[in-house]
Design a protein around this ligand. Sequence first.
Ligand code: M6R
Length: 652
Amino acid sequence: MCGIVGYAGHRQALDVVLEGLSRLEYRGYDSAGIAVIAGGKIAWAKRAGKLGNLTSALAESPPLPGMVGLGHTRWATHGAPTDPNAHPHTDCGGHLAVVHNGIIENFADLRDELEARGHIMTSETDTELVAHLLEDELAGTWPGAGPADRQSAEPGPAGGWPSDGWPADAAGPPRPAAGSLAAGMRAVCQRLDGTFTLVAVDIRDPDVVVGARRNSPLVVGRGHGENFLASDVAAFISFTKEAIEIGQDQVAEIRADSVEVTNFDGSPAQVRDFVVDWDAAAAEKAGFKWFMTKEIAEQPRAIADALVGRVDRDGLLVLDEMRLSDEELRGVDKIVVLACGTSFHAGLIAKYAIEHWCKIPCEVELASEFRYSDPILTRSTLVIAISQSGETLDTLMAVRHAREQRSRVLAVCNVKGSSIPRESDAVVYTHAGPEMAVASTKAFLTQLISCYVVALYLAQVQGTMFADEIGAVLDDLRTMPAAVEEILELMEPVREVARQLAGERCVLFLGRHVGFPVALEGALKLKELAYMHAEGFAAGELKHGPIALIEPGLPVVVVVPPPSQLPVLHDKIVSNIQEIRARGARTIVIAERGDARVMPFADTLIELPVVPSLMQPLVATVPLQVFACELADAKGHDVDQPRNLAKSVTVE
Ligand code: M6R
């Protein structure tokens, strides 16, 4: 939620920041803005709407040289997505610019305090407060300064990249700063409650960009003669792969030739370097219309990568960063999976595998609910936190809640250097590569693979499966890239039915066993992309209420369990299909190839390769992704950037 870029180096900051924003736009697209510093002056521009609105406006202005700058792409929290509420925000004197991701919870008190001291707010945002707090901090006037102590100034016009080049210094020559921008930022951060990544520039400290974080993401990119600050490595991947994780309550100060990281109290901070293991090409559309279509197509490769290096020379499973001993894992007697959205659906599926292979009871909870509940956790409970981004605030807070109760946490995560793995006891990376589309696809399949590997690892450690049984499941998992490849080649009927249904208002999804979470995932995809009413149900629940929704012509997608492996459930779902057809539903049936019993009841039949039942979600989800994507495209929606959403949800 909100993408932030900061740059100090030898290139034109405007170009670097705009490129970074284009790669972070998936994080929010309500508005975009930039600020550049050069020659002792600061200029900024911001526009409501997508980044394209800003770049079009900039194209009509004179070029703006400057090697230090910042930028922002917004997912609105405080204040509507308008020009004045777009970031960056400036102080009264127009000396500094600030961008922000997160929510400042003591916003109202701070605003009253600042207004009482004569500060003039020009937006409805919580972010602007930070600019004014920094203003006082840097002028050495806070606390206790009165209105007379400052010269108020007209802010830059909303979206005000000046048509006449650099702005005049709105408040006359700037007063010298009483302290460095970093020191000011540290002091301001200690006054803020809530979640934030903040990045600021100031004409009195013109070579530096300062970033700070609490509960929201911030990474440093370390280049040669240039350094970067960003919400996510994608922003600087074309320039460097060397990155630094910025920890909780830390401030990073970058110049062209240095990076310094301190804690909010000013002490030197411990940081961790890492190297990004994908390159810029992975974050390009590569000829596909949408990132989502590309990421769907990448799934065979992604799930193959998720399996690489999992077995050692002795045939034993190995995991990425297992900071938990086998002895600790042998004592695990309960598993709680925490996640949100699509990752939650991966958890629901993983539960079947965990209980089947490990014989350990497993609960799956929405992270946002878990955090405010009184869960019964002990030291022998293993919490598995699943998150593509590693930054979902609900999941991060749930992880902290679990650790406070002394449970061990294992993160299943895609993004290296993100908060959830950093705060967990162990990490299994999903190795899906960058997922740019808001709708999660390859991340989901790789989460399933990774959870299965974790379950097999636990089965190995706890001895609930023999080595040859684990080997056989791994062999099955290794066939899945080919199975997904196969289903991808059979998607034309799915696209066709999606186009036919573009005028419908509602679609229902039914499944049983692992097909139930698949149904939930199909409905979620359709909601978020096509803005249609879509619900997923356990097919057995139909008769307990949802069947009242069935009316003639209503499209119902049914995920059918494999007949030979789950014959009882297969019989039951065939009956369910007949029940809804009897009431006029139009059935779109996703079933194993050759499933003759179900064929007569399918208005549209989508055939799946034959795979083990626990692995059916890996193939059955793919048509549902394609269905939602195609239907949204047919309706003329922006498939990659659906309305109101953002990829990384860093507010509660
Ligand atoms: O990054 P996470 O996996 O923690 O994100 C969780 C959800 O926000 C995410 O899966 C969301 O539901 C997807 N956009 C759905 O496609």
